[in-house]
Design a protein around this ligand. Structure first.
Ligand code: FES
Length: 94
């Protein structure tokens, strides 16, 4: 299973999660502090995060992300939309 590492202001959390789940699913599984004000529907950007390693192991940015100005080139993604297919390291910024 893909291993996801979250770096955040409180330290570091990591988990393994089934392929096809989202970064938000992974964050919730290991209690990493990723916000999700819109309930994971791609309408708020509170789950925005920066992928430091493993960008190519995630789904490509989808229409909801593009509508919110997320194009993925900087590594920024919406955690509720980015699906995991391999290992990744993700930074959570406040
Ligand atoms: S939780 Fe709102 S955009 Fe991801």
């Amino acid at each position: 299973m893909p291993k996801i590492i979250f770096i955040h202001p409180d330290g570091r959390s990591e988990t393994e999660i089934e392929a096809g789940k989202t970064l938000l699913d992974a964050a919730q599984k290991c209690s990493a502090p990723m916000e999700y004000a819109c309930g994971g529907n791609g309408f708020c950007t509170t789950c925005k995060c920066r992928v430091k390693n493993g960008r190519s192991n995630l789904s490509l940015p989808n229409e909801r992300e593009e509508n919110m100005g997320i194009e993925g080139e900087s590594g920024d993604r919406l955690g509720c939309q980015a699906k995991v297919f391999g290992d990744a390291e993700v930074e959570l910024v406040e």
